[in-house]
Design a protein around this ligand. Structure first.
Ligand SMILES: Cc1ncc(COP(=O)(O)O)c(C=O)c1O
Length: 402
């Protein structure tokens, strides 16, 4: 029999994107395997352990036989705990029926789009931004409408002109990631209010990606869901990954209007049946038990932020804000690239890895550059590297940059 002449893959597979940051990880690992020291600033993962009380709760649940299927929308205890916790912290009244537990925060993106986006619908989303937004919009037949950021006094601001200009009669959904990966930006109240006004005016439904809600060092987060008329049109992406150092456990939730959460729960039935039963009991402990483990994680991250921001700003041709949230820094490296004579991001990234051992992602790992975007940025994550190694690595980067 002769080989098939055409690809057996469905057409949509050609539209499926990925997280190209994983390729940076692979390159860093390869470089390390050659015997070089690598300072890992590319990982959006934590090198810190999950709090002990949460770990114990998982073991207890396994021993208690919580190993079978459980309700597809999540165990009632976790749905209730999430409704109470997220409701209180956002100032929005939620009940268990407003919550569909998920294996991580990431599945909320696909399920939000599957539930609310028809082919041809336009979706506004941030670029730079978490790359899965664009991947899933295109994969599922939507029309991607990226919006960018502009440099502000103490952090990046939403490019409001671009957002307004991108809205058309086909615009249906808005993805708003506050606190933001990769910039570390946080919207001021006026910015969130202006965005909510736009959503109401143009009848947009909103995915509020609040993956980093609790990863903050001062002040308080505000949710777009808490503004007038917004609870009815907003789905919150909640995750245990960052706050409790639980990235590999895969536990999160979609929280929003019951008429959207019900079909999302039916998607759970179709896709994974339920999120791992005993992991959900660990989630109950994380939310309702001792919080000292989570507080310790934030304290460590804050120290790392301070060291990293100070050192990055000492490097000629590099300027960096000091974000009050997330574990990302998004320094402007335009001057450094000019000084070194690099034209492409990849030249900078490879040279920094091979000549200073410092590994990071660039703007292009978070979407295509937008028209008119002139400054160059890279992302430093300090979640997976100790304060001592931050000092050592950024010291080497500075010497190399001179
Ligand atoms: C902005 C943003 N949203 C969602 C996620 C998904 O998180 P999870 O690990 O819970 O799937 C991430 C993970 O890095 C993220 O950065």
């Amino acid at each position: 029999m002769s080989a098939p002449s055409t690809s057996p893959l469905a057409e949509r597979v050609g539209r499926l994107g990925t997280e190209t940051a994983f390729a940076v990880s692979a390159e860093a690992s390869e470089w390390k395997s050659f015997g070089h020291t690598v300072y890992p600033f590319h990982l959006g993962d934590l090198d810190l352990p999950t709090p002990e009380n949460v770990v114990e709760a998982a073991f207890r649940a396994i021993r208690a036989g919580k190993t079978g299927y459980c309700p597809n929308a999540g165990i009632p205890e976790l749905r209730e705990a999430l409704a109470a916790d997220v409701g209180a912290s956002r100032g929005v009244a939620y009940e268990a029926d407003n919550v569909a537990v998920q294996p991580g925060g990431k599945p909320v993106i696909e399920k939000f789009l599957l539930t609310l986006m028809d082919p041809g619908d336009e979706v506004l989303y941030p670029s730079p931004g978490f790359p899965i937004y664009e991947s899933q919009i295109e994969f599922l037949g939507g029309v991607p409408k990226p919006y960018g950021f502009v440099p502000g006094e103490s952090n990046f601001l939403l490019d409001f002109d671009a957002i307004e200009a991108a809205i058309t009669p086909r615009s249906r959904l808005l993805i708003f990631n506050n606190l933001h990966n990769p910039t570390g930006a946080e919207s001021a109240e006026e910015e969130i209010e202006a965005l909510a006004r736009l959503a109401r005016k143009h009848d947009l439904y909103v995915l509020a990606d609040e993956a980093y809600w609790d990863v903050r060092y001062s002040g308080r987060s505000k949710s777009i869901a808490s503004l007038p008329g917004m609870k009815e049109r907003t789905v919150i992406l909640y995750t245990f990954s960052k706050k409790y150092a639980m990235t590999g456990w895969r536990l999160g939730a979609a929280i929003g209007p019951k008429e959207i959460i019900a079909p999302i729960a039916t998607l759970n039935v179709n896709q994974e049946s339920c999120t791992t039963h005993f992991i959900q009991w660990a989630g109950v402990e994380a939310l309702t038990g001792d919080q000292s483990g989570a507080e310790e994680i934030i304290g460590i991250l804050k120290d790392r932020r301070d060291v990293a921001v100070d050192l990055l700003n000492e490097i000629p041709g590099v300027t960096c804000y000091r974000p009050e949230a997330t574990f990302y820094l998004f320094p402007d490296v335009t001057g450094l690239m000019e000084h070194k004579g690099f034209e492409t991001y990849d030249q900078l990234r490879r040279a920094a890895l091979e000549q200073a051992g410092v590994s990071f992602c660039t703007r292009l790992h978070f979407g295509r550059a937008l028209p008119g975007e002139e400054r160059r940025y890279v992302r430093f994550a300090y979640s997976g590297i100790s304060t001592d190694l931050i000092r050592e690595g950024l010291g080497k980067l500075k010497e190399w940059a001179l």
